[in-house]
Design a protein. Structure first.
Length: 598
């Protein structure tokens, strides 16, 4: 595949090629804006002396040029422009929400005057466009503007209005936070103990993805809700919410949790500003400066940034939703994965290290290929080191034309991915490939595990990386073996390891198992798939002891799996020509499963 500027697809995965990409970008920038070009070179040469606000200003100024260059490099200018126009088309929603719905309708319309009559529109965007036009000559449209304000007040403040616009963004006002009631449960004590229930439940069937996240409209709502406080140096979501001097340190929640912000100090406010401006490729580039493996974070994974948001008395900005949607918007463009992949190695917005460093000759053995392992492997390669990753689980090979590696580990070359659908599988039929550690076997279908394949390709396609599954460190390979083989360093990223065995009576009684062991068995055996012959027997009622994330996942997965289990049992029973001979206990369980399945 030949790209623009005389660059080939193979150049994107080699350091020499990436240096050519960087040179092409700098030439492109110099032709477009000589002054900005000079600022970039100066920043690269003296990054240590840059102040945070100076860096932010430079990145925001550089963003439109990165946007245009990437579109031209991959020959997708029309598609990138169409995506930018979608952003701009939605802009009236957020302007009217802030200036008209929240500042005018909610504060100036009396509760008794809030009503839906006398005003008609088709969509929330249609409402925003109409009101925008009327406000340009408010005197001539006073009656219409008044009707719109009454409707907006009704939609935001009344139960009927809230129900009607539950899925929208225009009439969604941030609610006040009650840290003692973060989950709005209804509690009953009639039976002598507290029973908590929810008014709203998202019903689930099987093991398909349960939450696909927000759309572009929702992501831009979050980006516009953000007040872009990097401009005042108060971007607490990134750097943490600090106590005033002389106390110093981070503030804490009412539960004593320090509000330290994003562990990566991702440039959140900056990417929100650029995203809201209609520059999604550059917004992903800003994310990738500090968080190149954004496919492994974001929605349903981490929320330290939200906890430290400047909004502490009302709902915070949902930064993980905005981050993941920004990634998805780019992935859905032609060659979107290749654009994302490129930004993890060459990133002109990374003023400190726009390209991978020269080879150091050092070799590192990474033990464990979960989130810690694959993250450190990526960063080690960008520092110029060679990496070999091993994992105790068997890792299934990918298609060589996609990964560039055949089942025996030889390099074969690979083709560019034009359509992201090539990498996606329904979660309930997805092959458990073994890569990803806890992200593969511990996280349930609330997160799209197709991202794991993308992360794997970011590593596996690079010539400085090799990977071997089914290798247990300390057994198959010892630390002495590693150093004898010529490794300079061993990075231990083995994660939690074996399930914890609790020191309680009857901990190994029949029917009792560790929650983490249950989740691993469910995910890795394929028992959750309807067509799989693997089976993991559970019976109701299931009692889960504990209330952490593992306990919650165990509760939801047991409930989802039980239905699959008994339906598989019934289907196979009905196909038998000769019915099996069971003992009394087996017959009781079989009848129970058949009855529940029917």
């Amino acid at each position: 595949m030949q790209l623009a500027f005389g660059i080939s697809f193979a150049d994107l995965y080699e350091r020499k090629g990436l240096l050519r990409v960087d040179a092409a970008f700098l030439g492109y920038l110099q032709e477009a804006d000589g002054g900005l070009h000079a600022r970039v070179l100066a920043a690269r040469g003296n990054f240590v002396e840059m102040k945070p606000l100076e860096e932010s200003d430079l990145l925001v100024a550089l963003a439109p040029h990165v946007e245009d260059f990437l579109g031209k490099l991959f020959g997708i200018e029309a598609e990138a422009r169409a995506l930018a126009e979608k952003h701009n088309e939605l802009a009236p929603l957020y302007a009217i929400k802030r200036l008209f719905v929240q500042r005018r309708a909610m504060h100036k319309v009396k509760p008794e005057d809030a009503r839906p009559d006398g005003f008609a529109f088709t969509t929330e965007l249609d409402f925003a466009r109409q009101v925008t036009a009327w406000l340009q000559d408010e005197a001539a449209n006073a009656q219409r503007v008044e009707g719109a304000a009454r409707y907006a007040a009704w939609a935001v403040t009344t139960p009927e209005g809230k129900r009607k616009h539950r899925g929208g963004v225009l009439f969604k006002a941030p609610s006040k936070l009650d840290f003692m009631k973060l989950v709005p449960v209804h509690t009953e004590t009639a039976r002598g103990f507290a029973e908590h229930t929810l008014d709203h439940l998202r019903h689930r069937e099987g093991f398909a993805l349960t939450d696909s996240g927000t759309d572009l409209t929702g992501a831009l709502d979050e980006a516009n809700y953000c007040i872009w406080c990097h401009e005042q140096g108060k971007d607490s979501c990134s750097k943490g919410l600090k106590e005033k001097a002389p106390a110093g340190g981070f503030k804490k929640t009412v539960f004593g949790v320090p509000l330290a912000g994003c562990p990566l100090e991702e440039k959140i406010s900056e990417f929100h500003m650029v995203k809201a401006r209609g520059e999604p490729l550059a917004a992903l580039g800003i994310i990738a400066v500090d968080n190149p493996l954004a496919a492994a974070t974001g929605h349903r994974i981490c929320n330290d940034c939200m906890k430290s948001c400047i909004y502490q008395k009302q709902e915070p900005v949902n930064i993980p939703q905005a981050e993941t949607r920004t990634l998805k918007d780019v992935l859905e463009l032609p060659y979107g994965f290749e654009i994302y992949s490129l930004l993890t190695r060459w990133n002109p917005l990374n003023l400190q290290r726009p390209c991978p460093k020269a080879p150091t000759g050092k070799r590192v053995l990474v033990v464990g290929l979960g989130p810690a392992g694959f993250s450190i492997a990526h960063h080690l390669m960008n520092e110029g080191h060679t990496v070999v990753g091993i994992d105790g689980l068997k890792i299934e090979p990918l298609e060589p034309s996609v990964s560039g590696v055949d089942p025996l580990g030889s390099r074969t070359g690979f083709k560019p991915i034009k359509d992201i659908s090539e990498l996606r599988e329904p979660l309930d039929r997805r092959t458990m490939a073994g890569f990803g550690g806890v992200a593969e076997y511990g996280i349930t279908v609330r997160w799209d595990k197709n991202f794991l394949k993308m992360i794997r390709l970011l590593l596996e396609r690079r010539a400085q990386f090799a990977m071997f599954g089914g290798v247990r460190f300390g057994g198959t390979l010892t630390v002495e073996d590693a150093f004898a083989a010529g490794f300079d360093h061993v990075a231990l990223c083995a994660g939690a390891g074996r399930p914890t065995v609790l020191e309680i009576p009857n901990g190994f009684a029949r029917g009792v198992r560790a929650a983490s062991d249950f989740l691993m068995a469910l995910q890795l055996t394929g028992a959750a798939k309807r067509e799989s012959i693997a089976n993991l027997q559970i019976r109701l009622p299931v009692v889960v002891i504990g209330g952490g994330l593992t306990a919650i996942d165990t509760a939801t997965e047991s409930l989802a799996y039980y239905s699959v289990q008994v339906e598989k049992f019934l289907s196979r029973y009905e196909q038998l020509e000769r019915k099996p001979v069971w003992n009394a206990e087996e017959a009781q369980i079989a009848e129970e499963f058949l009855a529940h399945a029917r």
